[in-house]
Design a protein around this ligand. Structure first.
Ligand code: ATP
Ligand code: MN
Length: 252
């Protein structure tokens, strides 16, 4: 990593011997690298940091930009399981007129994730603020402090009182999502919730697959989200009924 002071020196954000290019030269295609250069030239990224996560479809990197610490989520165009995206996006009325090539689905998916983040935040649920998105790259607020991302819920040590507090926040978050944003997360679990341990606050992430309430499978997606949350919190002595929670999530 290297700080960039001189504007003419911008390309060194990704200088040849940087850990970013070394580790990733085989991962990203040329158009994606060019897009990252463009975002660097616009100041959204001034220094690319290390990898936070390598998922099935996307890589997430730490970076700094004009807005401070950011997370850069890069959906891979060349590998992954994008068939898995079809049931979420093909029936979403907001994306009914996209062409269905793999690239188009990835671009629409990235766009949808940025839109969903905005909607979720407007509904009063804590989630990363989207800063810029273009094609397969989403730059968003870094949820963490001093280069350290907040831990996943699944990796956060909790006493029973913390667990109850987070459980209540998550159910209230689902309710706001449903009632105010008209969205269901559809991949909610201890893997897509971060915990700001200092404030003991839940942060919702990974919202590319969140669907609007007019999606034909919305009931099934919501039931699954609730089951995941109930399963996770069972070990902290939280035993609630699926139906009661489902009613609570829909309560206006
Ligand atoms: P997919 O597998 O569907 O491509 P993913 O699971 O790889 O998605 P995310 O869940 O969005 O993608 O992110 C992967 C990991 O990166 C998260 O578990 C989290 O640790 C980290 N992360 C994601 N977004 C942020 C953020 N805004 N700030 C800090 N860390 C983040
Ligand atoms: Mn995830």
């Amino acid at each position: 990593m290297r700080k960039i002071e001189d504007k003419r020196d911008k390309n060194r954000t990704f200088k040849k011997d940087s850990s970013f290019l070394k580790a990733e030269e085989n991962v990203f295609d040329v158009p994606t690298l060019k897009l990252l250069y463009t975002l660097a030239n616009k100041g959204y990224i001034t220094e690319m940091g290390g990898s936070i996560s390598t998922g099935k479809e996307a890589n997430v990197f730490y970076a700094t930009g004009n807005e401070g610490e950011v997370a850069v989520k890069i959906y891979r165009l060349t590998s992954g399981t994008f068939k898995a995206m079809d049931p979420y996006i093909l029936k979403d009325p907001r994306f009914s007129n996209i062409r269905h090539s793999r690239k188009d689905i990835v671009f629409a998916w990235t766009q949808k994730e940025a839109q969903n983040l905005l909607r979720i935040r407007k509904a009063g649920v804590r989630a990363p603020r989207p800063i810029v998105n273009d094609r397969n790259v989403l730059v968003m607020e870094f949820m963490g402090k001093d280069k350290i991302p907040f831990p996943l819920l699944k990796d956060t040590p909790l006493d029973d009182a913390d667990a109850q507090n987070l459980f209540d926040q998550i159910i209230e978050g689902m309710r706001r999502l449903y009632v105010r944003a008209h969205l269901v997360h559809s991949d909610l679990s201890e893997y897509n919730i971060l915990v700001d341990v200092e404030k003991m606050e839940a942060v919702i992430i990974d919202v590319g697959q969140a669907v609007t309430l007019d999606h034909p499978n919305v009931r099934e997606f919501m039931a699954r989200d609730i089951e995941n949350i109930l399963r996770f919190f069972k070990k902290y002595g939280i035993k609630e009924d699926k139906k009661i929670i489902s009613d609570r999530v829909k309560e206006r």
